[in-house]
Design a protein around this ligand. Sequence first.
Ligand code: G
Ligand code: G
Ligand code: MN
Ligand code: NA
Length: 253
Amino acid sequence: LAVENSLRKAVDLQEFFLHYQPKVDLGTGRIVGVEALIRWRREDGEIVSPVDFIPMAEDTGLIVEIGDWVFAQACADLGEILGMGYGIKMSVNLSPRQFRQKDLVGKIRETLEQAGIAPEGLIFEITEGSVMENEGKALALLGGLREIGAGISIDDFGTGYSSLYYLKQLPIGELKIDRRFVKDIMGRGDNVAIVVAIIAMAKSLKMRVVAEGVETVEQLQFLRRHGCDEMQGFLFSKPVAKEALLEMLALGV
Ligand code: G
Ligand code: G
Ligand code: MN
Ligand code: NA
């Protein structure tokens, strides 16, 4: 209850801020997008990781309000970045509860209009669970997002229970290979096979494939060799404030 109350207060006091982690094209080595990642700076100055408050926000429903803030802030920052001439895409996470809210598409469209952002600049990251919970509804919702022109990505791919049948039916443009699989591609044989299979599957379904949690040059080379399109991870950059992102973009990376 204490956490719930301080989380509620955090919403009112606007104690949240965003960091951005670059997504890099493995062919060109350039930044092609960023993922918006929320952080909470508490009254006492302590920074709280989303893994320690998103589940509570999800359970209490506060995630809807927090998510609205994240989306509006990410759009405002994207507007600024695009205005400076950097043509990158912005990825935003949508938790299952956010994904279920009514008129999600209408709300997204409205926020985009207010920010003056074309929907094509956005990618929504959802988990396999969001889709499989109610495939019919997911199909309609994702269809709505695709209709306005936004991209859809399956986050943490390989950890849930997606049916390949639905993956093929849904307008999904991107799969993100969960970092647990990427972590030991250089070691355990079974994860090598999983990563290679996910890349091959994404290719055959005409989806872009992104590897998360890339930390070593060896992982990067392995992924590139197997046809992975993009990577995200500490090897290139940890999630950073907008100012630091702008510096990286100015360097032309
Ligand atoms: O970057 P980091 O370790 O902080 O992220 C931890 C987890 O929190 C990730 O699973 C990520 O998807 C989730 N997360 C980060 N930001 C957001 C957000 O704005 N909305 C939602 N729903 N989840 C987020
Ligand atoms: O679940 P999601 O993919 O949205 O979460 C992104 C999370 O992954 C963030 O918490 C981010 O800080 C973390 N992350 C990003 N790159 C790396 C990496 O190279 N190694 C590790 N261990 N975590 C990473
Ligand atoms: Mn994500
Ligand atoms: Na992920």
